[in-house]
Design a protein around this ligand. Structure first.
Ligand SMILES: [Zn+2]
Ligand SMILES: [Zn+2]
Length: 301
């Protein structure tokens, strides 16, 4: 049974699912308005086209994953709960403490999964679709290849009985992840507050560094909710000149790679061949970098 969270009564499971569906839409609208009102970079042209492509990917993924994994995940979680299987059920902690521990364990797992996506070449092939976005805004939060989602969903089916998660804990965590992912991808600035907030959670400035086209920065700041994981694993990284960050991957600079078909083909492209076309010291590429940097509107670093 869920512990008492903020209210004195326990909401039914349907309410958690309702929140899981409503929160992404509400936050997407709010962050889109914030990015329009006061962007950190601002996208000079093609903003709607860019958003449209990322959101089509989101709708496509949501429908397919719901059909394939929705009921299977529910069945596995219900079986785990009925049989009191897994670590959390064995520990037998009081409900509020168990709830916090479940969220921390899930967040720690997300750190490991994200880092594995950068380290293992086969996983990177899928994850690089997220990193190939040349403009980062709230819609980038939905730009993940279906193959990456399938990988994490399959592994989670094994993780549920192992650690003993309940359905509602998974739904609350998934809602939190969507909210946090939209927050730290949004093209916004919290000004001086970012510095304080990132002591605890992942902030927009922290995740900007993760989307830099410099490989040593791409391979940093893997955390999703708590920034603690990056600090513990020594993968935390910041830079002062955030306004000069160039988003994307050097091996994916061709506009055809930003179309829907191009994005879906990302895992199957020979990135090394592309890299040779645009090596880091290629003068043409440097010109593009400079133009992108100079064209940006920068506020409140
Ligand atoms: Zn990443
Ligand atoms: Zn990201």
């Amino acid at each position: 049974m869920p512990p008492i969270l903020l209210a004195m009564t326990t909401p039914p499971l349907e309410d958690y699912f309702l929140a899981r569906r409503a929160v992404p839409l509400v936050l997407l609208t709010l962050f889109w308005c914030w990015e329009t009102w006061r962007p950190f970079f601002g996208q000079r042209e093609g903003r709607l086209r860019h958003a449209g492509r990322n959101l089509v990917i989101a709708v496509f993924n949501t429908i397919l994953l719901g059909l394939v994994f929705g009921s299977v995940t529910m069945l596995v979680a219900e079986w785990t709960e009925q049989n009191q299987f897994g670590l959390l059920n064995r520990l037998g902690f009081a409900a509020p403490f168990r709830f916090v521990l479940a969220l921390v364990l899930l967040d720690g797992w997300m750190y490991v999964w994200h880092r594995a996506n950068h380290v293992l070449p086969v996983l990177w092939r899928f994850h690089r679709m997220h990193h190939s976005d040349r403009h980062m805004d709230v819609t980038t939060a939905t730009r993940f290849h279906l193959g990456e989602h399938i990988g994490s969903s399959v592994l989670r089916l094994g993780l549920i009985p192992l650690l003993g998660f309940e359905v509602w804990e998974l739904v609350v965590f998934d809602t939190l992840v969507v909210a946090m992912t939209q927050f730290h991808h949004a093209d916004i600035s919290l000004g001086r507050w970012d510095r304080w907030l990132r002591l605890v959670i992942v902030t927009p400035h922290m995740h900007k560094v993760h989307h830099s086209d410099r490989r040593e920065e791409t391979d940093s700041n893997y955390s999703i909710v708590l920034s603690l994981w990056d600090r513990l694993a020594r993968s935390f990284r910041m830079r002062e000149d955030l306004g000069s960050i160039v988003f994307g991957l050097k091996e994916f600079t061709d506009p055809s790679q930003q179309t829907l078909a191009g994005m879906l083909k990302t895992p199957f492209m020979d990135a090394r061949a592309e890299t040779q076309e645009h090596p880091p010291d290629d003068p043409t590429y440097d010109e593009i970098r400079l133009a992108v940097s100079e064209g940006r509107r920068i506020r409140d670093v």
